[in-house]
Design a protein around this ligand. Sequence first.
Ligand code: RB5
Length: 149
Amino acid sequence: MTASKRIVLSSDHAAIDLRQSLAKHIGAMGWEVVDIGPATPESTHYPKHGEAAARHVASGKADLGIILCGTGQGIMMAANKVKGVRCGVCADPFSARMIREHNNANMLSIGARVIGEALALEIVDAFLGAEFEGGRHATRVDMITAIEG
Ligand code: RB5
């Protein structure tokens, strides 16, 4: 497995408990987890947390990233504004596997008000357990990158 790999986690206030639970789970799998918070539950703004995690991934400070907000949608939109980031929201393990295998996603977004902890853990396992398949999918991912300009 990917024992030496680093993953960045971030969320807004809506997902702190779930983020911390995922961090523990992923750390136990052998990943180096960089949890950039926030640590406390005061209301905050998801774009800055999505951007911060995305910059870790885009700069190579982290190999992958997992971000969370209430729906997973807003923080995903912010992360995808950072060049080089491909982030999908997933509420099922199949999609989480496919965004790695076909879309070479380097970030996963989860909605803490949409799914429960057990399903979130399954989604994370599917995401981290999958690899990009390349081939025809690489052509398509290159086309996504080309849109960034
Ligand atoms: C915060 O109330 C909520 O808007 C946020 O967590 C997220 O769901 C946005 O997409």
